[in-house]
Design a protein around this ligand. Structure first.
Ligand code: C2E
Ligand code: CA
Ligand code: CA
Length: 698
């Protein structure tokens, strides 16, 4: 029992006890005066009962409140016969009503006590201020003040006794309870008590006429009720209008402000900042990998993820900042008044940190990164549209530069110009055979023999020199040029493979595929055509795909992968561990190999959790019947450790960097007997001999 509960209990018991004792005294008093036999008193008790039973329920705000007329009758009795009969009639009537309504006994007893006390004290006030009740004679004008004082006392005491209960029951202060209720209660009680002189006047003619009073009372109630209903309707309409406005300005999924509200606030922030001289920051952000997640795991989970992201982001911002969702996975942030660009980049960093922990969605733990572009008023634009556009440019360069956030800079806008020219140039490069392929071998950890080589594209740019895939693969992927690029790489690799075969060298070749290839229905056909043209056995071709590229459209990817494996090629899962998919799920696809991402392998000596990951991918992979390859093997220690763990093959700078086709030829000849990892001192010597010279390496 809480403290308040205990106090409530004590209070209710003492009020009830006092009231009941007083009632007993009054009943004895009335008995002595012979009033208990008066028909009038009992008729009044009947009216009290009717008044209680025919109470009217009215709404007060969100609550329902009962208003009864019973006091009009008991107070009339008080004026004509005194407190004892008044209390008796009131108590008898309300008691019967409470029993009919099945109110708990304690409540009914408290009501009895409450009425008795109020009527008794009001009777005292009446006795002091007037000579009422005055047998046989009606009211006089000079009774008015006393009657009003008695009515006031009755109301106050009645109200106060109950207010304490409400306060204790709801754990609010008495003051709060009084402030909340006194106005309403006073208004309704005033109306009811004002009826009593009329009741007296009517009763003096004939007690049986009193029911006629029901008519005007009913009219008063009706109008009260109508006005309450009206207020309620106004409330409902107002809430509805608020909701409509809210809907128009907020995103339905996350309840964040939408673009319209964001633009309004941005315009206001620019206005304010123009006069205050502060900066406004606009950030645009989209989630990395969201599309894949959404397509793979379904919109429901995608939506769930967005809601969780929104909630996590919301918690980051101060009052006055705005975080909005523009649709899809695009969010916008407005910092309306900041002192320097550093604040904005700090916030961007905070967003990144907040998104670091995986999001639990439907048994999975989804990881989403974000790319954030920042533009500042007034430096980067004088109006909302320009700022948003510039933030978009910055976001794009964040994505392309693989950093998680970028501040807009005119220079980088130049980057997007450079990017545009690069797109045009790449198209030509594919046609003009500016692309070349370097090869990085994978060797068996048991025998040291090179069983396959991975084809890694390079762009021999006429003016910029050799470009690495990270610089142009993302562009190729965004523009669809990746289809032509993959086929070009494939063709170059098959040509080199055929040439090597002339030397008796027969490694398999691994070609990297991208998402687009796995969505392209003609891809398998085009590949088999190439195989036929270069007369290469499909079993010597391995296709490396990433978890993400399957997730874009698993059904379609599955169909294309099956067609490729049916034709005799093998599939390898690249960069395993960087996505969120389970290996068990991936092994349901027609794959034969999994490559542990280099980020784990490179760290396995220093980072215990990476070592655990490597070990469990090896074990799990084997249990699922897959060959396991470790990439990024840079030192002999890792090599030996991987061999001990039962990993099948290794790839990495220790064995060889990616090398040109001629360098590969020498390397394969040299390592015919198998690669043997050596101590660091020896390794540097080996690299000069085997890794190729500077002009062919990479
Ligand atoms: P990837 O498929 O994971 O290729 C391995 C990348 O890691 C290569 O970078 C390689 O040079 C590098 N690497 C290999 N061993 C080590 C090591 O021991 N330590 C370190 N730190 N790095 C190592 P590269 O050639 O720059 O390729 C980067 C990425 O570009 C590739 O990653 C692949 O995703 C993509 N890529 C390359 N060629 C193609 C292609 O023809 N088509 C497609 N779609 N993507 C390609
Ligand atoms: Ca690869
Ligand atoms: Ca890889």
């Amino acid at each position: 029992m809480t403290h308040d509960r205990r106090r409530l209990d004590i209070y209710v018991r003492s009020v009830t006890a006092t009231g009941l004792v007083l009632l007993a005294v009054l009943v004895a008093d009335a008995g002595r005066d012979g009033l208990l036999g008066e028909l009038g008193v009992w008729m009044f008790a009947g009216y009290v009962l009717l008044g209680e039973l025919l109470s009217i329920r009215v709404r007060r705000g969100s609550e329902q409140v009962e208003v009864t007329t019973s006091c009009a009758f008991s107070f009339a009795l008080l004026l004509t016969l005194g407190p004892a009969p008044a209390a008796i009639a009131q108590v008898a009537g309300s008691l019967v009503a409470d029993v009919v309504r099945r109110k708990p006994l304690t409540k009914a007893a408290f009501n009895v006590a409450q009425y008795t006390l109020s009527l008794a004290v009001a009777g005292l006030v009446l006795a002091v201020t007037t000579d009422l009740p005055r047998a046989g004679a009606g009211f006089r004008l000079d009774d008015l003040a006393g009657v009003i004082a008695a009515a006031g006392t009755f109301f106050l005491l009645n109200f106060a006794l109950l207010a304490v209960v409400i306060a204790l029951l709801h754990g609010v202060t008495l003051r709060e309870t009084v402030v909340r209720n006194v106005g309403f209660q006073a208004r309704t009680d005033a109306v009811v008590l004002a009826m009593s002189p009329i009741v007296v006047a009517v009763a003096e003619r004939n007690l049986l006429l009193i029911p006629l009073l029901a008519l005007p009372m009913w009219a008063v109630y009706r109008s009260a009720r109508v006005s309450f209903e009206n207020e309620r309707l106004v409330d409902v309409l107002r809430t509805k209008a608020d909701e409509t406005e809210h809907r128009a300005l907020h995103d339905a999924l996350t309840d964040l402000p939408n673009r319209t509200l964001f633009n309004q606030r941005l315009a206001a922030a620019i206005d304010a900042a123009s006069s205050s001289g502060t900066l406004v920051a606009v950030m645009l952000m989209d989630l990395d990998r969201f599309k894949e997640i959404n397509d793979t795991l379904g919109h429901k989970n995608g939506d769930l993820l967005l809601q969780k992201v929104a909630a996590r982001l919301t918690a980051l911002f101060r009052e006055g900042d705005t975080i909005a969702r523009f649709g899809g996975d695009e969010f916008a942030v407005l910092l309306p008044s900041i002192g320097s660009a550093a604040t904005a980049t700090d916030v961007a960093r905070r967003i990144e940190t907040a998104l670091e922990a995986p999001f639990p969605v439907d048994d999975m733990h989804l990881e989403v990164g974000a790319s954030i572009g920042i533009a500042l008023f007034p430096e980067h634009g004088g109006d909302g549209d320009t700022l948003l556009q510039r933030a978009d440019v910055a976001m794009y360069s964040a994505k392309a530069g693989h950093s998680s956030h970028e501040l807009y800079s005119a220079e980088r806008d130049g980057y997007s110009a450079r990017r545009l020219t690069l797109v045009g140039e790449l198209r030509n490069a594919i046609d003009n055979r500016e692309l070349t392929v370097h090869y990085q071998p994978k060797a068996s950890l048991q025998t040291g023999r090179i069983d396959s080589v991975e084809a890694l594209v390079r762009w021999q740019h006429p003016t910029r020199g050799m470009l690495f895939p990270d610089e142009f693969i993302p562009i190729a992927e965004h523009t669809g040029l990746i289809r032509g690029l993959t086929l070009a790489v494939m063709e170059l690799a098959l040509r080199d493979l055929r040439d090597l075969a002339g030397d008796g060298l027969t490694p398999a070749v691994a070609v990297n595929l991208s998402t687009h290839n796995l969505l392209d229905r003609h891809f398998d056909e085009q590949v088999t055509q190439l195989l036929r043209r270069w007369n290469v056995d499909p079993s010597r071709v391995l296709l490396e795909i990433t978890e993400g590229s399957i997730m874009a459209d698993p059904t379609r990817a599955m169909a294309i992968l099956s067609a490729l494996t049916d034709a005799g090629m093998e599939i390898s899962i690249d960069d395993f561990g960087t996505g969120y998919s389970s290996l068990a799920y991936l092994s349901q696809l027609p794959v034969s190999e999994v490559k542990i991402d280099k980020s784990f392998v490179m760290q396995m000596a220093d980072n215990a959790s990476d070592a655990v990951i490597v070990r469990s991918v090896i074990d799990l992979g084997h249990n699922l019947g897959l060959r396991v390859v470790a990439e990024g093997v840079e030192d002999a220690a890792s090599w030996h450790q991987l061999a001990r763990l039962g990993c099948n093959s290794a790839q990495g700078y220790l064995l060889s960097r990616p090398v040109s086709a001629p360098a590969l030829r020498s390397l394969l000849h040299e390592l015919r007997g198998g690669f043997r990892p050596v101590a660091p001192a020896e390794a540097s010597r080996l690299r000069v001999v085997g890794g190729g010279t500077g002009d062919v390496a990479q």
